[in-house]
Ligand binder design. Structure first.
Ligand SMILES: [Zn+2]
Length: 160
């Protein structure tokens, strides 16, 4: 994914300055690092991404640290989603160019997660914008889809 590759370069370049040790999003949530905050409640904070893919690019984070989906309580995840849902609707009324909205969450290094504090990207889309996702979008056979569905159901059952 070309967009993610660009983000890896910028973050490794040390753009994000964190006072002391630790997590930049915890630092923002605790007021130890600057951010342009657009929404806050008891559980969730939303602020502008430092290097937006389009103007209006937001990050929605839980205030309490969770590295990824595995250690994020589902009820907190629901609150993150609720805020993102509302922010996405707000972007369309903001006056910023916004013909569509993407919500994007990277869980794990292989998924291009770069800051290991869960964050949901919410950003405006418009015709000709620079965001790209490259993938092999072929239609697959039903038999293969059914086999894959079986594996996913097995994973769900393992969660208990
Ligand atoms: Zn954190």
């Amino acid at each position: 994914m070309s967009w993610a590759a660009g983000r890896v370069r910028r973050k490794r370049g040390g753009v994000v300055e964190v006072p002391g040790d630790g997590c930049v999003f915890c630092a923002i949530a605790e007021g130890r690092a600057d951010a342009s905050v657009v929404y806050e409640d008891d559980w969730v904070l939303a602020f502008m991404d430092l290097q937006p893919v389009t103007p209006g690019h937001l990050l929605v984070v839980p205030k309490s640290h969770a590295e990824g989906l595995e250690d994020l309580p589902e009820e907190v995840g629901a609150r993150v989603w609720r805020a993102a849902h509302r922010l996405g609707r707000g972007l369309r009324l903001s006056g910023l160019r916004c013909e569509g909205v993407n919500l994007f969450l990277a869980d794990g290094e292989a998924a291009f997660q770069e800051v290991f504090h869960v964050h949901l990207h919410v950003f405006p889309r418009f015709a000709g914008d620079p965001f790209r996702i490259e993938a092999d979008w072929q239609v697959r056979e039903r038999r293969l889809l059914d086999e894959t569905a079986t594996a996913v159901r097995r994973g769900l059952a393992a969660l208990g």
